[in-house]
Design a binder for this molecule. Structure first.
Ligand code: SAH
Length: 332
């Protein structure tokens, strides 16, 4: 990956690094995600989309979209469940996938014939929309600001190291609740995507469901991390050979969506959300159909739901048309 001459702002660096990474690597060699852990994850999200479609008034046609579909596993599991629990939804939905990596698009084609691909969420065709996104926002570029006395700097990258430059005025990017020397992160690209989707679902109907890791409340701190071969490495060294992610600031995204006119539900912890949708019942039922797989199915469910594993750090946020009832999974 060729670096530009001179310091590059962190979000530009991260965009370039991840673009190179997803174009040239099998990310699932470096990390695993919920749909790769158990088929029940995608099935539950398919059922969620089906009941949410009914709550929208069962519009026809409707776009079922996924952002960052990885191997296509989540959507393949979701569509299988939808065909069973709500064939009427399966019959009218149009499948659209947002994916920048040609390599992953090829993997998705095998599992999801008949889909239409796009580079950006803004390119999805108009109309009522249901969008699913698991571990998508965390891969999007962030900006980092550092408090230095009464002033702020912004982090840039040069020769594999951070340098700080003067930051734009605070009112243009954020908040001042950090102590001297502390870092504040702004999920810049995620903010833009959420604002776009919130405006869209408020105008033409629908819902977007985001599952990702991050705190419920905004807080200062540097969460940029890189994984190579499943191990944490320096995010600035050998860019394009490791997966760069940052925690998702759900509180900030919720505020952005509300300001754009959408109703926001959550964030709720993933463990609670999946348990309410029937994670353990469905895993148990599959285990009874196939007893040798029963222990693995139950262990997988526990991995997704237990608070000290993926159940609490992972959160779920829904952005909906304001006239829709609260979607499934957001209250007991
Ligand atoms: N949702 C999948 C994969 C998560 S990995 C799962 O849960 O297994 C992140 C995914 O987002 C990959 O498919 C990656 O290629 C895609 N991606 C990353 N940055 C993107 C961007 N800016 N636009 C579109 N897709 C992107």
């Amino acid at each position: 990956m060729t670096a530009p001459a001179g310091p590059e702002r962190l979000d530009a660096f991260m965009a370039r690094a991840n673009c190179a990474y997803y174009a040239s690597h099998d990310p699932f060699a470096d990390f695993t995600t919920a749909p790769e852990i158990t088929q029940v994850f995608g099935e539950l999200l398919g059922a969620w989309a089906a009941v949410t479609w009914q709550a929208m008034g069962a519009p026809e046609p409707v776009i079922l979209a996924e952002a960052g579909p990885g191997r296509g596993t989540l959507m393949a599991d979701a569509l299988r469940a939808v065909a069973k629990v709500m064939p009427a939804f399966r019959a009218v939905l149009r499948l659209h996938l947002v994916e920048t990596s040609a390599r992953l698009r090829a993997a998705q084609t095998g599992l999801l014939p008949g889909a239409t691909w796009h580079d950006r969420i803004e390119d999805l065709p108009p109309g009522p929309l249901l969008l699913l996104a698991n571990e998508f926002l965390d891969a999007l570029p962030i900006r980092q600001f550092v408090r230095r006395g009464d002033a702020w700097t912004e982090r840039y990258v040069t020769d594999g190291a951070f340098v700080e430059r003067g930051a734009p005025p605070l009112r243009l990017w954020g908040r001042a609740d950090a102590r001297d020397g502390e870092t504040v992160e702004i999920n810049a690209a995620a903010q833009d995507i959420v604002a776009h989707l919130a405006t869209r679902v408020a105008a033409t109907g629908g819902a977007a469901l985001f599952l990702d890791y991050g705190p419920a409340e905004s807080a200062p701190g540097d969460s940029l991390q890189a994984l190579r071969d499943g191990k944490p490495v320096d995010p600035l060294v050998e860019a394009g050979t490791a997966d760069l992610t940052a925690h998702v600031d759900f509180a900030a995204l919720a505020a952005t969506a509300r300001a754009a006119g959408a109703a926001v539900h959550g964030p709720v912890p993933q463990g609670l959300f999946l348990a309410r949708l029937g994670l353990f019942q469905r895993s148990g039922a599959l285990g009874r159909q196939n007893p040798p797989r029963a222990p693995a199915l139950m262990q997988a469910a526990q991995r997704l739901a237990e608070p000290d594993r993926m159940g609490r750090l992972f959160k779920v946020l829904a952005i909906c048309h304001p006239a829709m009832p609260q979607p499934a999974g957001f209250s007991a």
